[in-house]
Design a binder for this molecule. Structure first.
Ligand SMILES: Nc1ncnc2c1ncn2[C@@H]1O[C@H](COP(=O)(O)OP(=O)(O)OP(=O)(O)O)[C@@H](O)[C@H]1O
Length: 328
């Protein structure tokens, strides 16, 4: 994947510009920055659902949106309703054939072989993410970390060469963040999959990263984490004094990073509506309309609090302490 001088405009304003980035096979890149800066919009540009206002974007040798199943996508987190009866393995299967409609028919010979290949691949990715122990359990009864592993398996099932993950660690506890980060790092290295991950906290993935893209209103900095996440670089990017502190256990704490711009409105709102639990055929009902083609497995809202409560909340008041610090 490559971006050259890319810029994006939303609602008449430029979110970011001058973004240059290369992600090769087996490389792991994080997209960082405060709420509302345009991280998910960068994902949309890479998926081809939003056009850049300037610059060039290429994904797997073609314009964004042309790579089909060679791009795996995990949307921003939505948990499953506890009463949802679909098994974890069924959720993974939606990544294989969730975009097809109609009742399954009795299959003649050569199609049966295709079905056997699908089942074998589904079992393989379930093994890859270590979900064998709970893949037959209803997804609503799996823990947040287990659900996330199954969703990663779903995104991997069609053997993508690029995996795009929007805050996959959000709302997981620290041990699960570390475990899922390690899993993604392993998939990236062992399977040679390029990974672009949006993250609020770089620490769980720091050890696995090749590069980071730090977005700010108007601009961006790309480079190795040690070069970008520094007081000097981030202060320059945000035009305000920012301090990056390293704790004794190797974590980075960013102090003074600007918070959400006041005009940030949540664009995931559309995805959170609807009280009924749709069946597999309605799996995309709760995904923002513009990302629906990439997200076959969203079989239900998350209950009373709705999907991704943090992103649905109003922006917190400006604070001198970064998201990373407050979460801990
Ligand atoms: N379709 C749209 N129309 C108008 N504004 C939009 C649209 N989509 C996104 N925005 C705005 O663009 C900005 C960037 O949104 P985006 O979701 O990319 O930010 P983000 O960095 O991913 O935020 P968060 O960390 O909260 O998930 C926000 O201010 C958002 O309200």
């Amino acid at each position: 994947m490559s971006l050259r001088g890319a810029a994006v405009r939303v609602g008449g304003r430029t979110l970011w510009s001058g973004v240059g980035l290369d992600v090769g096979a087996g490389e792991f890149v994080a997209v960082l920055g405060p709420n509302g800066v345009g991280k998910s919009t960068l994902v949309k540009v890479v998926l081809g659902v939003r056009q850049p206002a300037a610059g060039e974007v290429r994904v797997l040798g073609a314009a964004p949106g042309r790579a089909g199943a060679r791009v795996g996508y995990l949307p921003q987190r939505r948990s499953f309703d506890a009463s949802l009866r679909m098994r974890g393995a069924d959720i993974v299967r939606l990544g294989w054939d969730g975009d097809r409609w109609g009742l399954p028919l009795p299959l003649p010979g050569r199609f049966r072989r295709g079905a056997a290949a699908a089942s074998a691949r589904i079992a393989e990715v379930i093994g890859l993410v270590g979900a064998e122990g709970y893949a037959d359990r209803p997804i609503g009864q799996c823990s947040g970390g287990e659900q996330q592993r199954l969703l990663i398996a779903q995104a991997l099932v069609r053997r993508p060469r690029l995996l795009v993950l929007d805050e996959p660690l959000d709302s997981l506890d620290l041990p699960n963040q570390a475990a899922v980060a390690a899993l993604i790092g392993r998939i990236c290295r062992d399977e040679g999959v390029a990974v672009m991950m949006v993250a609020h906290d770089v620490n769980p993935i720091l050890a696995h990263l090749d590069r980071v893209v730090y977005l700010a209103e108007g601009g961006a900095v790309t480079g190795r984490p040690g070069d970008v996440i520094t007081s000097a670089t981030l202060s320059r990017l945000y035009g305000t004094p920012i301090e990056v502190l390293a704790t004794s256990d190797g974590r980075l704490v960013v102090v003074g990073q600007p918070e959400a711009p006041a005009r940030h409105v949540d664009r995931h709102e559309d995805g959170g509506r609807g009280a009924a639990v749709p069946g597999p055929r309605d799996a995309r009902a709760n995904v923002p309309a513009d990302l629906a083609p990439f997200a076959p497995a969203e079989p239900g809202p998350s209950g009373p609090s709705g999907p991704s409560a943090s992103s649905a909340s109003p922006a917190p008041p400006a604070s001198p302490v970064s998201e990373d610090v407050r979460r801990d």
